[in-house]
Design a protein around this ligand. Structure first.
Ligand SMILES: [Zn+2]
Length: 372
């Protein structure tokens, strides 16, 4: 695989982007809160190709060897990162209240001591006593995910507002076979508006990219001018992440930043496998015990085979994974950080998927260490 470098990517949309939730008969409908990692990774690769930083052969080799890996991109507002919500946060339904309630600290304490979760981790009311908390799954700032309360600016509302203003594009599809317009067949696009910002973790084999700006095109309709974006890479300070971990052996709660899949054969993670990509000693065995999250379907495009892939039972980003770490110490901390930043590549028959199971210790995510 070669040595990997880890970057925090800052993406700013320069033209409306079409990242559809689903495709209906009439067009691409809805917009997503996050951009899939495979979409972002593909966009970075195309940008490198377009600017002749790598040739076709190198691009293929990078994909094949897992030399480029991206987490999904989550919303960002200036320097504030929004993280996928964990399952233990609720939003008050009372009109005008908008308070978030969370029991995450209690949950982490219970899980780390190996206890079972009991019913009282589901709150009955918000801090104002409204008895109407409702599960919520939108990305939120780390401080809200940890403490609840009201956000200074609710991404939910701010997005809804922009959504109204967001353009509904109509275009006339051209038949592939006849290369002529199909009269009367209109196509609708709902697009994310210009100016929205996102962040993601992107790991790339060394000497391919560097800190600085890249122009990328992301999502559908790039040939029609959609999805122009500016991407800035900043190196992630690994030592700062590592210093937050005084990793002891025993129970550990991890926070997923990508879709996660744990088949029986993926339930024991050997952290020594990151030695080659980290260039440092990495040690430890991680045994996955349980996963708390929402199941989702993830799909992407296999660049090598030019075919689509789909996983039906992945758990969505924001899931909590309880694991037991055998051994401890600095080398384990290094392995855990590597697992978080580049995840695992898993084989599904012919296909090898990268960018799954990216998960960092919950205290690093909720402590907003990536933003610092
Ligand atoms: Zn309330």
């Amino acid at each position: 695989m070669g040595l990997m470098e880890h970057y925090l990517a800052h993406i700013t949309l320069k033209s409306p982007a079409i990242i559809p939730r689903r495709r209906s008969a009439r067009g691409y409908v809805g917009v997503k809160d996050s951009i899939p990692g495979s979409t972002l990774g593909g966009a970075v690769l195309s940008s490198l190709r377009r600017h002749n930083k790598i040739d076709t052969k190198e691009a293929e080799e990078l994909v094949k060897s897992g030399g480029i890996i991206s987490s999904p991109a989550f919303p960002r507002e200036k320097n504030k990162l929004y993280y996928p919500s964990h399952p233990f946060i609720w939003k008050c339904k009372q009109p005008g209240c908008r308070r978030y309630v969370t029991t995450i600290e209690k949950v982490l304490n219970l899980l780390e001591t190996g206890s079972e979760l009991s019913r009282d981790i589901i709150p009955l009311a918000c801090d104002e006593g409204h008895r109407s908390p409702e599960k919520q799954q939108k990305p939120l700032p780390a401080s809200t995910l940890l403490h609840g309360g009201r956000t200074d600016k609710d991404m939910d509302e701010c997005r809804e507002l922009e959504f109204v203003e967001s353009v509904r594009f109509v275009s006339v599809p051209v038949s592939r076979h006849r290369a002529s317009a199909i009269v009367g067949a209109l196509y609708y696009y709902e697009a994310l508006p210009t100016g929205l910002e996102y962040w993601a973790i992107v790991s790339v084999r060394e000497s391919i990219v560097s800190e600085g700006s890249y122009e990328i095109r992301i999502g559908r309709g790039v040939s029609k001018g959609f999805g122009k974006a500016d991407l800035k890479f900043k190196k992630i300070n690994l030592e700062r992440l590592q210093n937050k971990l005084t990793q002891k052996s025993g129970n550990l709660v991890l926070y997923t930043l990508s879709p996660a899949v744990f088949r029986d054969e993926d339930k024991v993670i050997d952290l020594r496998s990151y030695m080659g990509s980290a260039g440092k000693h990495s040690a430890g065995l991680l045994r996955i015990k349980s996963v708390y999250g929402v199941s989702e379907r993830v799909g992407g495009w296999d660049l090598m085979r030019n075919s689509q892939w789909r996983l039906d039972n992945a758990s969505s980003p924001g899931s909590l994974v309880v694991a037991e770490l055998e051994e401890g110490g600095e080398d384990c901390a290094y392995g855990l950080i590597s697992l978080g930043l580049q995840g695992m590549s898993l084989d599904f028959g012919e296909a090898r998927l990268v960018g799954l199971n990216m998960m960092l210790p919950a205290k690093i995510v909720l402590g907003d260490v990536l933003a610092s």
